[in-house]
Design a protein around this ligand. Structure first.
Ligand code: KG4
Ligand code: ZN
Length: 349
C-alpha cells in the first residue's frame, strides 16, 4: 500500500448493485479506470417488462464474486493490491443494494482496508469528472436516470446544491412507461429512442412539462398520460401502424428532451455557469445529446456527456467518488446499512 498526498488510495475497488446491474471496477489514483465490468440482468427481467426486485437480488448473489474477480483480473492486480473499497449504499432497491454492500464489507474486512459507502447520485455526478479530468467546479449537474431527474450546482468545494428535481416521475421512468404503452419492450429508453429515429417528431404536439412554471423543477407524469391518451385515440396499441408508433415515440422523445434542455438553459443563465455535465442512463440518449449541444453552442455553455458506458449504471463512478471520499478521510464501519432514499446533501460530507 502506498501513502502520499492525493494518491494514498492507489487502487480502489468499486461495487455497484443498486438496481439490475451488478458492477465492479478498479480505479487508480481516483481518476484512471483500470477495469469496469457490468453484468446486466436484461434477460432476467425482459419477460416481466420491468425490474423484479426479488429476481434482481438473487441474480446479484450469483454473480457478485465473479464480477469482482473479473474486474481485478482485467485491472491486472490482485486483491492484496487494493487500498480501499467503495460501495453504493443507496438509494436503490434495498435487496439489491445489500448484496453489493455485504460483499464490499467482506472484502474490506478480509483485507483490512478502509470502506466507504457512496450515494448513487454522487457516483453519477462523478462520472463527468471521470470522463473529463479537466472539468473544474463550479458547474451544473443534470442527473437523468430511471429514478431521478434533478439539477445540482456543483460548488467550488465539490459540494452539491439541489436546484430542482422532478415532482413525480423521473424522465427515464417516463421513457420506460412509454415503451410499455407502445409495446416496445424492455429496456424502454433505448427502445423508444430507436423507434423515434424513423418517426416525425412534429406528428403530435405533446405538452412541454412545467414550461410555464417558475423554478427549476420537472414533471413527467403528465407527458406519459398524454402519450396514453394519444394511443387510445388511435384505437389502442394493437391498432398502431409502425409509422404511427415511430411518430409517437419521436414526438414524445422531443417533448421529454426539450423539457430537460429548457430547464437546463434557465439554470445556466440564473447561476451564470459555463458547463453542464449531463449524467445518468438517459444521458445516453442521442436526441438529448444533440439538442443540449445545439442550445449550448447558441447560449455559450458547454454540455459535457460522459461516454454511454459511464452514463448507465457502472462501478467506475462509484470507485472514483469513493477514492475522493477516502482521501478526505471518510470511513464507514461494518454496521453501515443500505438506504432506499436519501437526498444527496445528506451524504456528501
Ligand atoms: O442510470 P441508470 O442506468 O439507472 C438508474 O440509476 O436509474 O438509468 C436507467 C434509465 C432507464 O430508465 C433507461 O430507460 C434510461 O436510463 N435509458 C435511456 C437510454 N438509455 C438508457 N433513456 C433514453 N434513451 C436512451 N438511449
Ligand atoms: Zn443510476
Amino acid at each position: 500500500m502506498s501513502v502520499g498526498a492525493g494518491d494514498d488510495f492507489v487502487h480502489v475497488l468499486g461495487v455497484e448493485s443498486s438496481c439490475d446491474e451488478m458492477a465492479a471496477s478498479v480505479v487508480r489514483g481516483g481518476r484512471e479506470v483500470l477495469a469496469s465490468v457490468v453484468h446486466s440482468q436484461t434477460e432476467v427481467h425482459r419477460p416481466y417488462g420491468g425490474v423484479v426486485p426479488e429476481l434482481a437480488s438473487r441474480d446479484h448473489v450469483r454473480f457478485v464474486s465473479a464480477v469482482a474477480e473479473r474486474a481485478l483480473a482485467e485491472a491486472g492486480i490482485g486483491a492484496e493490491d487494493l487500498d480501499g473499497v467503495a460501495v453504493t449504499a443507496g438509494p436503490g432497491l434495498v435487496g439489491s443494494l445489500l448484496v453489493g454492500l455485504s460483499f464490499g464489507k467482506a472484502v474490506a474486512f478480509r483485507l483490512g482496508i478502509p470502506l466507504v459507502g457512496v450515494h448513487h447520485l454522487v457516483g453519477h455526478l462523478m462520472s463527468a469528472e471521470l470522463a473529463r479530468p479537466d472539468l473544474v467546479p463550479p458547474y451544473l449537474g443534470l442527473v437523468v436516470s430511471g429514478g431521478h431527474t434533478a439539477l445540482y450546482r456543483i460548488g467550488e468545494d465539490g459540494g452539491t446544491e439541489l436546484l430542482g428535481e422532478t415532482r413525480d416521475d423521473a424522465v427515464g421512468e417516463a421513457f420506460d412507461k412509454v415503451a410499455v404503452l407502445l409495446g416496445l419492450g424492455f429496456p424502454g429508453g433505448p427502445a423508444v429512442s430507436r423507434a423515434a429515429e424513423s418517426g416525425d417528431d412534429a406528428a403530435v404536439d405533446f405538452p412541454r412539462p412545467m414550461r410555464k412554471r417558475p423554478g427549476l423543477d420537472f414533471s413527467y407524469s403528465g407527458l406519459k398520460t398524454a402519450v396514453a391518451i394519444e394511443v387510445e385515440k388511435r384505437g389502442g396499441r394493437e391498432a398502431l401502424s409502425a409509422q404511427q408508433l415511430s411518430d409517437l415515440a419521436a414526438s414524445f422523445e422531443l417533448a421529454a428532451v426539450e423539457a430537460l434542455v429548457f430547464r437546463t438553459r434557465k439554470a445556466m443563465r440564473e447561476h451564470k455557469l459555463a458547463s453542464v455535465a449531463v449524467v445518468g442512463g438517459v444521458a445516453a440518449n442521442r436526441r438529448l445529446r444533440e439538442e443540449m449541444a445545439r442550445v449550448g453552442a447558441r447560449e455559450g455553455f458547454e454540455a459535457i456527456f460522459p461516454p454511454a458506458s459511464l452514463c448507465t449504471d457502472n462501478a467506475a463512478m462509484i470507485a472514483a467518488a469513493g477514492a475522493r471520499m477516502l482521501h478526505r478521510g471518510q470511513r464507514d464501519g461494518l454496521s453501515m446499512n443500505a438506504f432506499s432514499r436519501a437526498p444527496v446533501a445528506a451524504v456528501v460530507r
